[in-house]
Every structure is written in structure tokens, then in C-alpha cells.
Design a protein around this ligand. Sequence first.
Ligand SMILES: *Cc1c(COP(=O)(O)O)cnc(C)c1O
Length: 226
Amino acid sequence: MNIEKNIINIKKKISIAAYESNRNPQEITLLAVSKYKSCENISDAIKAGQYQFAENYAIEGFKKIQYFSYNDKIIWHFIGSLQTNKTKIIAQYFDWFHALDNEKIAKRLNSQRSHYKSKLNVLIQINISNENSKSGVKLNNLNDLVEKIINMPNLLFRGFMVIPAFESDYNKQYDTFYKVKCIFNIFKNKYSTVDTLSMGMTNDIKAAIHCGSTIVRIGTGIFGVR
Ligand SMILES: *Cc1c(COP(=O)(O)O)cnc(C)c1O
């Protein structure tokens, strides 16, 4: 397992996919998904110049943030689904939350975020594959949630995140991501703070970038299988 090599490889993939779709690779942020991975693994990634990390579990993430607190370059994203009783950890310690899908969580994050800190960057997770069991907001409820969160002073609405149902075929991945791109563009034109689309993982990074993703969330491709 050579984390540095993996990061170089993923960056190459990002550049190629960007050029294929006439995009500037610098518009695309590589987010290293470090869930279940050790602080040693994260240190290796930092040595390779990686500073944006994502965690899925509040307590695990909090411990890593404490461990690396001497390094103020690191930006921490929370990408997991969030239980009500864990919102304070996210509000106090993280920079980004990608999986906002209800008003109750938004209200808690807003009231628990100190106004001395910069606003918490939030992405609304869209349930694009419309599976009943999965988290994310259904399209017909999206406007309502957006209108509620844009008035919350300690949250900054930056855009959307999606986790589509697993699909290995590029064309099918593309069709799903293309729908998200269209939704993103509508909101981007309406709200000046919207500039971020978190989509694409190790398995579908190319289709995601071809459809305008600005953050790709890569776990396996950097740290190996979990
Ligand atoms: C684990 C995880 C990832 C990373 O997936 P890989 O396939 O390992 O790249 C991305 N996004 C979310 C929300 C995850 O939970």
C-alpha cells in the first residue's frame, strides 16, 4: 500500500477526466475519505500534500481531529449520516457537512456552531436514486429545505452531495450524474453561495467529473480496501 503513489494516480485520473470535459482540473477538489483508517495512514497522505479529509463517524472523526490539531492546514469534512445526538461534534470541530437532509439537524447545527468560528459549510444530500431506505432529500422536498437553511446565520449553503446506488456501467453513472448537474445549475444560478457539487467516488469518478463535480470523495483509491 503506497498512499503517496495512489494520490498521484488519482490526481492523474482527475486531470484526464477534467481535460476530456473541457474543465480546469483545479476546479476539482480531491477529498480523502479516511473512515476506518489510522492516523498513521492520514499522516502518509499529508506527507503527499493531501490536506482535505472526510470522516463518516462523529467520534472517530473527533479523535482524529484532536490528534492532528497541531496542523491548522487540514480541512475536515463530515460525509456520513448524522445522528441527532452527534450534531454538536460536527458543529464544533468540522469545516464541512455533506449529508444534510432535514431541518431538525440543520437547526441543531446552526445553534451549536459558534459564531466566533467561520460558518459551517453545508451540502444538501439529494436522494437521486430515489431508494426509500437511503438518506438524502427527495427532489420534491428540496426547495423547502433550501429556503429554510439559507436563513440560518451559522450555516453556509454551498451546494449538493449525492451517493447514487452502486452502478458499474459508465453510461448509467453518467445519466444519474447528469440529472444532478442540471439541478445544481438551477440552484447555482439562484443562490450566490452555491458553488460545490460533491459527487464521485473511486468507482465512478470519471462520470462524476464529466458531469461537473467539484469535490470527489475517494477512499479505496487512496487508502486501499477497508
Ligand atoms: C466511504 C465513502 C466514500 C469513499 O468511497 P470509495 O469507494 O472507497 O472511494 C465516499 N463517499 C461516502 C459518503 C462514503 O461513505
